[in-house]
Design a protein around this ligand. Structure first.
Ligand SMILES: NC(=O)c1ccc[n+]([C@@H]2O[C@H](COP(=O)([O-])OP(=O)(O)OC[C@H]3O[C@@H](n4cnc5c(N)ncnc54)[C@H](O)[C@@H]3O)[C@@H](O)[C@H]2O)c1
Length: 256
């Protein structure tokens, strides 16, 4: 593992589990000081403990990405502890199990507010802090479901698809507006990843595995580390000429 994020200070949302935790661990191993935020305080604290056990530097903050005051309190903490921020990962995301017919207004608002509005709101608070440091990079979490509907039947999750479909365009718009501040903005679109995000038992049922095999060129479910590697690379100077893209990391899901 290189120390390519040495001296960098990173803010991550939803860092208390799954892809967010693995990404926080990887960035810390590569030298970044990590501000691990999550609506789940215990999860964020556990990630911080894991980072410290491995010799890294980290602090936690309770941040619901829908709450501007909480985001601001966290950026204030980063300023006070480390003098600023250089990197942001907008990772927090949710889904509820609703089809077009069963979808409620509450479920629509819940998913859209966290997955899409939350990425804008957190960026609006954190980008100026990154700009103060002379620039940096942002990575947003999208999904292959921003591009195609993933279902083995006839029902989809329209609110999730709509929320994530907005992420690549939000990413492009922010890339344009933040370029003069020397901040690159990209997004990563994972395929199916083994986390608590969905019912993993259901996903590993023989029927579901058969459905996935038809789509995946690499014949395994993705791991959080597959995504952490891509996020880390896009945040790094090795990707310094990459701006405004959506990078699928999906075992070939979108290829055919
Ligand atoms: N697992 C997959 O297959 C997969 C595929 C494509 C995209 N993604 C995306 O990756 C991201 C991470 O997903 P994951 O699989 O690690 O899921 P996860 O459920 O393991 O982690 C999501 C984290 O977000 C936090 N969170 C939820 N609501 C929040 C809020 N309002 N404010 C702040 N934090 C909040 C949760 O507490 C949790 O720690 C999500 O944006 C998800 O849409 C996941």
């Amino acid at each position: 593992m290189t120390r390519r994020h040495e001296n960098k200070r990173a803010f991550i949302t939803g860092g208390g589990s799954g892809i967010g935790r693995e990404t926080a661990l990887r960035l810390a191993e590569e030298g970044a000081r990590m501000l691990v935020t999550d609506v789940n305080a215990a999860g964020a604290d556990e990630t911080v403990e894991l980072i410290r056990e491995r010799g890294g530097t980290a602090a936690s903050a309770v941040v619901d990405v829908r709450e501007r005051d909480q985001v601001r309190a966290a950026t204030d903490l980063a300023r006070a502890e480390w003098g600023g921020l250089d990197l942001l990962v907008n990772n927090a995301g949710v889904v509820t199990n609703h089809s077009f017919e069963t979808l409620t207004e509450d479920a629509w608002d819940f998913v859209l507010d966290i997955n899409l509005k939350g990425q804008w709101l957190v960026s609006q608070e954190v980008a100026p802090v990154i700009a103060e440091s002379g620039g940096g990079a942002i990575v947003n979490l999208s999904t292959v479901e921003a591009l195609v509907v993933v279902t083995s039947g006839t029902t989809a999750q329209p609110h999730y698809n709509a929320s994530k479909g907005g992420v690549p365009m939000l990413t492009k718009a922010l890339a344009v507006e933040l370029a003069p501040k020397n901040i690159r903005v990209n997004c990563v679109a994972p395929g199916p990843i083994a986390t608590d995000f969905f019912d993993y038992e259901g996903v590993t049922s023989p029927e579901a595995m058969e459905f996935m095999k038809q789509r995946l060129l690499v014949q395994r479910v993705g791991q959080p580390g597959d995504i952490a590697a891509a996020v880390s690379w896009l945040l790094s100077d090795e990707a310094s000429w990459i701006d405004g893209i959506q990078l699928p990391v999906d075992g070939g899901w979108l290829t055919r």
